[in-house]
Design a protein around this ligand. Structure first.
Ligand code: GLY
Ligand code: MN
Ligand code: MN
Length: 507
């Protein structure tokens, strides 16, 4: 009866056991699953597991092991990224966790998204996993993926543990993982001991796995770990073929999501910005993994709030809708696209004037994206156009050079004109200044070009009719050998093209 008593209340009706979230973590960096503490679950409907039931549950299950699996399509690309990492940190152990579940409430968790660095180096997205690059005496590193294996049926884990496969779904076996990832796969519940016992220099990517960090706490320094994170951000600055294809796919799905929104604008008018958010999200989930960031569905004056993600306002004819949204592919690459649309399909003369100024600024910015250009060029080109228009409209006193020197246009342009894009919407954020905003553009970089003009509803320095108008246009631009390619060109940008496109979709 002992085993059944230990497990009493571990599982009940639809609801995972208490203590599973922290229990899972202790498995990763601590001992095996059998050792993890089991907390009593309050209010479970089954007080205990009988010996007879425990015995019955152990057997009668088919062998579902898969054999002869092909490697994941990006296997060769991720291997060459690991080779670059190995060359940068010779003789050092490199630890890259995928991250752990985060509790939303009690035994429910937020959706899991694997850490960007882990995904970039493995192509895998398994929760709790850890990539360890072990330095070899002869030089180079041996990479091992430490993964949560299939659930144990002998000890009942598969149906009594909250992360058991019966509750959360089948995982790859370690043998399957090896075939898919092209590297040895080992039970992650041993990684804590492996790391604690390891000697020699170690670096870890921080911020994903407290258990792994605790196992390494006496061996790592914040400064050296930050250096690793910076290197991995810089490794993502240039996208390879696989990544460019992913970003193209993300942009294509995103274009379809924008079309979906235009088709249901009448229903959004009858409900709210939430309808737009839900409509785009449906496309993101059907064609990809998720949205790459919280969709900004900003109608009317909400368009002047840069990251309006509450999306709970009305959608009214006569207003503009600023939609900033991106589909994240199943391999976690995201688009980041903005269109500002007249809700009723036609820009008013003032809306068009402001829109066309932003369009001209974006066009100037896109034209400045080419290999050999300074990263800042596209920003400066776009800001110059906007400053010129603001002076011309009498909103700020010229000359334009003075406005630009003092950045006075920024009262209405607010933000930088773009950023790197990739696995993260604001990709490569930890790169050094000289390799990011101070860099020279190179083929394979992908960046957004997204100027905007925002006249706040309470801005007394502009004529009343401008107040509450916000416009941003954002596209995802690949630097090519000869110039650039707009990956989001599937969506129209010019004001007349926007109107024709909307009219066509609305029938
Ligand atoms: N969607 C956030 C941004 O455009 O940077
Ligand atoms: Mn952006
Ligand atoms: Mn955006």
């Amino acid at each position: 009866m002992a085993e059944a008593e230990v497990r009493q209340d571990v599982q009940d009706e639809k609801g995972t056991p208490e203590g599973v979230q922290d229990g899972t973590r202790e498995e990763s960096a601590g001992g095996p699953a059998e050792d993890k503490p089991v907390k009593q679950r309050k209010n479970g409907l089954y007080p205990a597991v009988s010996d007879e039931l425990a015995a019955v549950m152990k057997s009668g299950w088919a062998d579902t092991e898969r054999h002869g699996l092909e490697p994941i399509p990006q296997a060769a690309y991720v291997a060459s990224r690991r080779a670059a990492l190995s060359a940068r940190f010779p003789g050092e152990r490199i630890v890259v966790p995928a991250g752990t579940l985060r509790t939303r409430a009690n035994d429910t968790e937020y959706p899991f998204r694997a850490g960007t660095e882990y995904v970039h180096l493995t192509g895998d997205q398994t929760q709790d996993a850890v990539l360890v690059m072990e330095p070899l005496a002869e030089g180079g590193h041996a990479a091992t993926a430490y993964l949560l294996p299939r659930s144990n049926r002998e000890n009942g884990e598969f149906w009594l543990d909250g992360q058991g496969e019966l509750w959360v779904g089948r995982r790859n076996s370690l043998a399957e993982g090896e075939q898919l990832l092209g590297m040895p796969c080992v039970d992650v519940r041993t990684v804590g001991d492996v790391l604690r016992e390891a000697t020699g220099p170690v670096r870890v990517v921080r911020g994903y796995d407290a258990g792994v960090e605790a196992a390494l706490q006496d061996k790592v320094t914040a400064e050296r770990d930050a250096e690793l994170k910076t290197y991995l951000a810089e490794l993502r600055l240039i996208k390879d073929e696989f990544e460019v294809a992913q970003l193209e796919q993300a942009c294509e799905s995103t274009a379809r999501g924008f079309e979906d929104v235009v088709r249901v604008l009448d229903r959004a008018e009858a409900t709210s910005e939430r309808y737009i958010e839900g409509t785009f999200f449906l496309r993101a989930r059907v064609e990809g993994n998720d949205v790459g960031y919280g969709s900004i569905c900003a109608s009317g004056p909400h368009a002047t709030t840069l990251h309006w993600v509450r999306n709970d306002g009305p959608v009214r004819p006569g207003d503009l809708l600023l939609l900033d949204a991106g589909v994240e592919t199943n391999e976690l690459y995201t688009a980041d696209v903005t269109r500002t649309l007249p809700v009723d399909g036609t820009f008013t003369p003032l809306q068009r004037k402001i829109y066309d100024a932003v369009y001209d600024a974006q066009q100037a910015g896109i034209e400045a994206v080419k290999p050999g250009a300074a990263y800042r060029d596209f920003h400066e080109a776009a800001q110059r156009v906007l400053a010129e228009r603001l002076v011309e409209w009498g909103l700020v006193e010229g000359p334009v050079e003075r406005v630009l020197e003092l950045a006075l246009q920024r009262r209405w342009t607010l933000h930088g004109t773009g950023h790197m894009l990739g696995l993260d919407v604001h990709d490569c954020a930890q790169a050094r200044t000289e390799t990011y905003v101070g860099c020279t553009l190179e083929p394979g970089m992908v960046l957004t070009v997204e100027p905007g003009l925002y006249f706040q509803a309470d801005d007394l320095t502009v004529p009343e009719e401008y107040r509450g108008i916000g416009v941003r246009i954002e596209d995802d631009i690949l630097v090519t050998e000869s110039g650039n390619r707009n990956l989001s060109a599937g969506l129209p940008r010019r004001s007349d093209e926007i109107e024709a496109w909307m009219a066509g979709l609305r029938g």
